[in-house]
Write a protein of this length. Structure first.
Length: 59
């Protein structure tokens, strides 16, 4: 059996218990942060689109 090949019989009868209580998952509420972030772009949409056009032309 070469690299990347597999035996299809190994894939057919796999058992998986969806009700298994496993604590190995990621705890997404471990680090809750509250606050806000403000961005000041300082350029109009037209200026940004012109700059994007210049960047694309350089490629």
């Amino acid at each position: 059996m070469g690299f990347g090949s597999y035996d299809e019989s190994e894939q057919e009868n796999r058992e998986y218990d969806a009700d298994l209580d496993d604590d190995s998952g990621v705890n997404t509420s471990e680090h809750n942060h509250e606050g806000s972030v403000d961005f000041e772009i300082g350029a109009s949409n037209d200026e940004l689109l012109d700059r994007l056009s210049d960047i694309k032309d350089d490629e």
